[in-house]
Design a protein around this ligand. Structure first.
Ligand code: NDP
Length: 314
């Protein structure tokens, strides 16, 4: 049978390119879990996906209620869950003030981390029940949260500290930053990506042996043309793609990045669990090292426990 993959944020950029790459193989049905139904439907058509290869379903990660509703609606389709890809993200590098999710969490961490945290926890059972031979859960990471890289050292650097801001609710009353500091939109995004990478490793430690699911994260390369940079200043948006193409040489097209993520979804050679994948300039994949903080097992455990409380699982 065809595999069923749920991809969050498949209405643009990496998520869309991955949906397209999987659909093109003829071996996958993609559930595009998106906040904007019409946009997702148009996007699928614009890249030439055929109707029988995808289903658009509503999911707004900035609302925990919507996450629960998505899980219910997905279960009602009676489709198996073979692969879950947590891909959606918001990035607000120029925001002066924090904005908040429906439940009142700072938006970047609330969407990118807490929304996906609840989604992945609820869908673990569904993955467990699938009889697909290679079940996987992928959480898209990033180099920018990795302070052992050049890009990860561009200030403001990711730093979760002792998680005091998160533990106090991330609601702007005490702080809207995980480490309890002053709001900084670019840092909040990077922090959320560290959370994504820590969560993947904690899922691996807690579930891999028991249920045989492969947990992975990845840095697909710098996809400088996606909507992720939509809130950046116009000059940045103009100069960033050529800078990445010719100076850092980290640039990758949306199509190529989609193929990379599709490999993490289905390539037998990328089936090892607990791995953070990256690609060389010649597009061959390798197991990359994470920074000290992004591979800190103690912090991953603490993040897990604090996040469980915030999303109402504990
Ligand atoms: P895009 O902005 O193109 O795509 C992000 C997707 O997330 C969009 O489909 C967007 O929906 C969706 N989204 C945002 N908020 C929500 C929400 N509340 N609920 C549901 N969906 C939501 O960015 P990219 O494709 O670049 O980003 C995809 C992933 O890749 C992210 O995890 C990002 O961190 C990661 N990444 C990107 C890099 C890059 O260079 N671009 C580098 C490294 C990692 P909508 O279309 O409705 O806005």
């Amino acid at each position: 049978r065809k595999g069923t993959a749920v991809i969050t944020g498949a209405s643009s950029g990496l998520g869309l390119a991955t949906a397209k790459a999987l659909a093109d193989t003829g071996k996958w049905h993609v559930i595009m879990a998106c906040r904007n139904f019409l946009k997702a439907e148009k996007a699928a058509r614009s890249v030439g996906m055929s109707k029988e290869d995808y289903t658009v379903m509503h999911l707004d990660l900035a609302s925990l209620e919507s996450v629960k509703q998505f899980v219910d609606s997905f279960r009602r389709t009676e489709k198996p869950l073979d692969v879950l890809v947590c891909n959606a993200a918001v990035y607000q590098p120029t925001a002066k003030e924090p904005s908040f999710t429906a439940e009142g969490f700072e938006l970047s961490v609330g969407t990118n981390h807490l929304g996906h945290f609840l989604l992945s926890r609820l869908l673990i059972d569904d993955l467990k029940q699938s009889d697909y031979p290679s079940k996987r859960m992928i959480i898209v990471g990033s180099i920018t949260g990795n302070t052992n890289t050049l890009a990860g050292n561009v200030p403001p650097k990711a730093n979760l500290g002792d998680l005091r801001g998160l533990a106090s609710g991330l609601n702007g009353q005490n702080s809207s930053m995980i480490d309890g500091g002053e709001f900084d939109g670019a840092k909040a995004y990077k922090d959320s990506k560290v959370c994504n990478m820590l969560t993947m490793q904690e899922l691996h430690r807690r579930y891999h042996e028991e249920i045989g699911v492969t947990f992975s994260s990845l840095y697909p390369g710098c996809i400088a043309t996606t909507g992720l940079f939509r809130e950046h200043i116009p000059l940045f948006r103009l100069l960033f793609p050529p800078f990445q193409k010719y100076i850092t040489k980290g640039y990758v097209s949306e199509e190529e990045a989609g193929k990379r993520l599709a490999q993490v979804v289905s390539d037998p050679s990328l089936g090892k669990s607990g791995v953070y994948w990256s690609w060389n300039n010649n597009s061959s994949s390798f197991e990359n090292q994470l920074s000290k903080e992004a591979s800190d097992a103690e912090k991953a455990k603490k993040l897990w426990e604090v996040s469980e409380k915030l999303v109402g699982l504990a």
